[in-house]
Design a protein around this ligand. Structure first.
Ligand SMILES: [Fe+2]
Length: 455
């Protein structure tokens, strides 16, 4: 459905939408991004118990999580042969192992002898050896050694191959799926492979990685990043350069949706403001990260959006990339994609952001991870991923200095969430109401969840 069609169907924020803002961009935004896709799921409410009940959580655990593609690692976490990553979620654990030819195999993280976890941490190894009795496997999953082999004459070596988990790659991300009958990753992610092809995020690397346990349901946390319009109350400092209420919300199939929030234009809530005020607010440190908070000059007759786009084009050129055909939209706007159920990879060329959510460990708490994916210089190696900083309960996101004032934005977001959970637990009417358009991605997310729960 084209942008225009959505507006014919539903009431929209007055003023310019993404289509009008993009129409002024030079170079032009590629046509494939202009083609919107909106699924109207109506005005219905959600039951608050979806976020709080142990029964609902158990249904998710048994019917949904084992059947979906989950982001388990980025390439730069385990770039060399012998590097491995352990990914755990809801009691299931997988080891992703980098092979000598740099391909990746993923195995159930369970010793076939007495069931101990083979690995409890990511790292580097030359074999997979159980710390309990030293049953040992080669890195390709074939059996290497059984101590006291004389006592295990009944075990056939061919049947002692470590069971594999499906594992596929997209844009530097590795996904795993326990379900042998799930569609291939590219089909599950469509149209993301096509959308991301121009942006070369395989050359992005985890420059900052921060995790913290948030006392709210995993969907409460994820949904706090599915719409931009909470900015009016939660992030007032970004309104001068964020078109929050003219964001475009799109959905494709069951698993992918997008909030496209234009940057470098003021919020419709502010009305017209001077272009200098847009630049000042952005450069004042509320921008996406340190690099983008560098001084920006506004040339005569230039809009703030053009100046910010040009600045990012120069930043890419300084890394050796030809960004002359990159639109301001792809250099500047917030392309907050969501892949059901638990990852939000931002699109675009620049330093990007990526979120991941996991229940930790029940329906009332979530491990929230935020990464800044920086672009590696074109002619150099992609650096290894930074280690995750695991914040304690009382540590603020802004205590991390490596990402400038971005941490302050996350403090604002996370401050709401435990109180959302408390309110849902004590809801008077067991109802959550949603905006028809701006919260349509949340409906889409729950509609997909219901499809899994109904299987
Ligand atoms: Fe936010």
């Amino acid at each position: 459905m084209a942008d225009r069609d959505v507006r014919d169907l539903l009431p929209m924020c007055p003023g310019d939408g993404v289509a009008e803002i993009w129409a002024r961009d030079v170079p032009p935004v590629p046509e494939m991004y202009k083609a919107d896709s909106f699924i109207d799921l109506g005005p219905g409410h959600l039951a608050a118990s979806r976020y709080t009940s142990a029964e609902f959580f158990e249904a998710e655990r048994t019917k949904m999580w084992p059947r979906v593609w989950q982001m388990a690692a980025r390439d730069e976490e385990f770039p060399e042969a012998g590097d491995l990553v352990v990914y755990d979620n809801l009691g299931k654990s997988v080891i992703l192992v980098r092979q000598p030819d740099l391909s990746v195999k993923a195995f159930w993280n369970v010793c076939l002898h007495r069931g101990r976890r083979l690995r409890t941490e990511s790292g580097t190894a030359s074999e997979l050896q159980c710390p309990f009795h030293a049953f040992t496997w080669n890195m390709d999953g074939s059996l290497k050694q059984i101590p006291c082999r004389w006592d295990f004459g009944h075990l056939d070596e061919a049947k002692m191959q470590l069971p594999e988990v499906r594992c596929e790659r997209f844009a530097g991300y590795w996904f795993v799926n326990w379900d042998g009958s799930a569609p291939p990753l590219a089909e599950y992610l469509a149209p993301l492979p096509e959308h991301f092809a121009r942006w070369g995020q395989e050359r992005n690397f985890t420059a900052v990685w921060v995790g913290k346990v948030i006392k709210a349901n995993w969907k409460v946390v994820a949904e706090a990043f599915m719409e931009a319009w909470h900015s009016i109350a939660t992030h007032p400092q970004i309104l001068p350069f964020t078109g929050d209420a003219n964001s475009r919300y799109s959905m494709w199939g069951d698993h992918v949706n997008l909030a496209l929030t234009p940057f470098g234009v003021p919020s419709p809530h502010l009305g017209a403001i001077p272009e200098e005020a847009i630049i000042d607010a952005f450069a004042g440190g509320a921008g996406r990260n340190n690099e983008e908070a560098l001084p920006i000059t506004l040339a005569l007759g230039q809009t703030a959006r053009q100046a910010l786009g040009a600045r990012n084009r120069e930043a890419l050129a300084a890394l050796g990339y030809d960004a002359s055909a990159a639109s301001d939209a792809e250099l500047l706007d917030a392309w907050t994609y969501n892949v059901f159920p638990n990852i939000s990879p931002w699109g675009g060329y620049m330093n990007n952001i990526s979120y991941r959510w996991r229940p930790w460990p029940d329906q009332h708490a979530t491990l929230m991870e935020v990464r800044v994916l920086a672009k590696a210089p074109k002619d150099g190696p992609v650096p290894r991923a930074a280690e995750m900083v695991f914040l304690g309960e009382d540590e603020a996101w802004s205590s991390v200095t490596a990402w400038g004032r971005l941490g302050g934005v996350y403090d604002q977001d996370m401050a709401n969430l435990p109180h959302v959970q408390e309110g849902l637990v004590s809801s008077a009417n067991n109802r959550v109401e949603l905006g028809r358009y701006q919260e349509a991605r949340i409906r889409h997310f729950h509609a997909t969840l219901d499809k899994y729960l109904a299987r």
